[in-house]
Design a protein around this ligand. Structure first.
Ligand code: CA
Length: 321
């Protein structure tokens, strides 16, 4: 299949404009992409973030998205007071774990919710913060415990990375709801926030928001525990928005950069954001080419189910849905 097939229809960015979606995380599960976002509800861009719940959408082509409502909200965490900020969902042994940042007593904190389905409903997995402000002291700010990203390594060990101005990580126990061992820091330059861990071609990638307004930088490593080598920027500023927050996935033979900008009109902006998707391309040495942030978005992803050379073997080729 090429992009110039019958399915050559572009998504247009932002891909979701109503409701307003921010801080995307994506999970590929059984040939479906699940997109998890925050929900900006500030009335205009003179107000700070107003975020009370998290949203879920799914797609099998990255162009057409099915909303699944808000399977998780602040009310699910009785110990949290406000700020349904960025999170990520991961699957382990048929359960889905959603790590999120919220405000709690003492500052920002990380909670974890669990569900039997990628679309929820999710419930608090422990009834308290997984990470609270006093557990991390590499900086004196009380908003350093945000933006969790979670990784399940091939040996079955799970890791949580998070942070603001300092990038922290720790092992997770097999129940995914408790830290296992001490909290470590990752030494990467100009780390602002929004870490995202992924793997491609046997290389580990740690991408993150850098500077402010934010761009996206990244580092690579041979193992999840490092050592991390800084590789530079992979994305410039997001349009009309002072934050950048990325998810990176492989799906149906291509790689994608999922982020937000302030492009929805009228009244899009730093506190009224919307999710966008563009292609991400690797060089042969594993470095990442600079993202081309487009208004056109990506073409419909098509299942990579058969080599082109076998295309004329039967009349029913192409019938798979
Ligand atoms: Ca802290």
């Amino acid at each position: 299949m090429t992009e110039l097939s019958a399915n050559f229809l572009l998504a247009a960015n932002p891909v979701i404009t109503n409701p307003l979606t921010a801080d995307p995380a994506a999970l590929v599960y059984r040939d479906t992409v699940y997109l998890y976002t925050g929900n900006d509800e500030a009335p205009d861009n003179n107000h700070f973030y107003q975020m009370k719940k998290w949203l879920c959408f799914s797609s099998t082509n990255l162009v057409d998205w099915t909303p699944h409502g808000a399977p998780l909200s602040l009310t699910n965490f009785v110990w949290a007071s406000s700020d349904a900020w960025a999170g990520q969902v991961i699957e382990r042994q048929g359960k889905f774990y959603w790590y999120v940042a919220v405000t709690a007593k003492g500052g920002k904190a990380i909670g974890v919710a669990v569900a039997d389905s990628p679309t929820g409903p999710f419930k608090d997995a422990r009834g308290s913060a997984l990470v609270s402000n006093e557990m991390t002291t590499a900086t004196k700010i009380n908003w350093d415990d945000i933006d969790p990203t979670v990784w399940l390594d091939a040996d079955g060990q799970a890791y949580l990375f998070w942070g603001n101005t300092v990038c922290y990580y720790a092992k997770l126990k097999e129940n995914m709801a408790e830290l296992d061992g001490s909290i470590q820091t990752v030494d990467v330059p100009n780390f602002t926030e929004a870490p995202w861990i992924h793997q491609h071609g046997g290389i580990y990638y740690l991408s993150y928001a850098t500077g402010f307004p934010e761009k996206t930088a990244y580092a690579t490593a041979p193992k999840i525990t490092g050592p991390w080598t800084y590789r530079g920027l992979l994305a410039e500023f997001a349009g009309n928005c002072n934050t950048m927050h990325q998810a990176i996935i492989d799906y149906q033979g291509r790689s994608y950069f999922i982020y937000h900008n302030g492009g929805t009109q009228p009244n899009g902006g730093s506190f009224r954001r919307s999710v966008c998707i563009d292609y991400l391309n690797y060089n042969a040495d594993g470095t990442i080419q600079r993202i081309n942030q487009t208004s056109e978005g990506v073409a419909r992803a098509v299942a990579q189910w058969a080599p082109v050379t076998e295309k004329k073997t039967t009349a029913t080729t192409g019938a798979r849905k």
